[in-house]
Design a protein around this ligand. Structure first.
Ligand SMILES: Nc1ccn([C@H]2C[C@H](O)[C@@H](COP(=O)(O)OP(=O)(O)OP(=O)(O)O)O2)c(=O)n1
Length: 104
């Protein structure tokens, strides 16, 4: 899977900032991109299955965690990590994140 992610990354290696929808890309470049995205997806789904992880459930749980770690009012339009985000009350954005194993 990491190898396929590498092949995906390579497509963007010399592109700089890429606008949404990839205007100006050749049709064969877009086709190549689709194929590499599919390869990554295939390995991800297979890897999750072998590990016994329900990918849909895992995604929904992470969406909920992200909503706590990255509250819209503090994070919209920002690329800062949650450890660098302090709200007006001085609390870290991650101070209320529930741990899966209850050890936080
Ligand atoms: N403004 C942002 C930034 C990140 N994310 C989401 C995308 C990823 O699902 C996840 C990545 O966040 P982190 O870099 O905090 O990575 P982890 O969740 O793995 O945390 P950590 O690095 O502390 O293990 O958060 C988001 O929704 N909005």
């Amino acid at each position: 899977m990491v190898g396929e992610v590498g092949e995906l990354s390579e497509i963007f290696q010399w592109k700089g900032e890429v606008p949404r929808g990839l205007p100006g890309w050749k049709e064969e470049e877009k086709q190549h991109l689709q194929e590499e995205l599919y390869d990554v997806l295939l390995y991800l789904v297979r890897f999750s299955d072998v590990c016994g992880v329900d990918l849909g459930k895992a995604a929904l749980r992470k969406v909920e965690l992200n909503a706590i770690k990255y509250p819209v009012k503090l994070c919209k339009g920002s690329s800062r990590k949650y450890t660098e985000i302090i709200d007006n009350d001085g609390a870290d954005a991650d101070s209320s994140i529930p741990a899966e194993n209850g050890d936080r």
